[in-house]
Design a protein around this ligand. Structure first.
Ligand SMILES: [Zn+2]
Length: 148
């Protein structure tokens, strides 16, 4: 579980990790994100005090500072805000290059970064392009372009 110790968030393995309680409340667990992406959906956290959502692992709400957080479903569609094209990639994504490394604003306002496959030039990915989450077995979050 994630714990705040002396101002540092630590990840510690414990019995509590797999319990029903730890998946439904408390700070976000990264295995939850990985699992959701493999299943083609996204989870993040939602603040129980102000309702703000985000995907980063945090001990406190970035908006209001509350520590009452729970795992929450995030929208799987959004739009591209910015990107860079990666022609040379880490080994794991060798067969995916070139791809765009993008900042995406999900419907509902949460901003996250992720890869968009098969982007060779800036013309392939207009700013504002609608995208949706893809199922992915690899690390990180992958999106694909959609027409709406
Ligand atoms: Zn809040």
């Amino acid at each position: 579980m994630w714990e705040l110790q002396g101002g540092v968030v630590l990840y510690t393995s414990s019995q509590d990790h797999n319990s029903e309680k730890s998946t439904n409340e408390g700070p976000l667990l990264t295995p939850e994100i990985s699992k959701s992406v493999r299943e083609g959906r996204l989870v993040g956290y939602q603040c129980l005090d102000c309702g703000a959502k985000a995907i980063e692992v945090q001990a406190y709400c970035a908006k209001c500072g509350s520590s009452k957080l729970r795992i929450a479903k995030l929208e799987s569609r959004g739009k591209v805000l910015a990107f860079t094209i990666q022609a040379v990639s880490p080994k794991e994504f060798k067969n995916d290059a070139p791809y765009a490394w993008s900042i995406i604003e999900l419907d509902g306002g949460v901003r996250i970064s992720g890869r968009i496959a098969s982007i060779r030039s800036p013309h392939d990915l207009p700013i504002g392009q609608r995208v949706q989450l893809m199922r992915s077995e690899k690390s990180g979050i992958v999106f694909e372009k959609i027409l709406e």
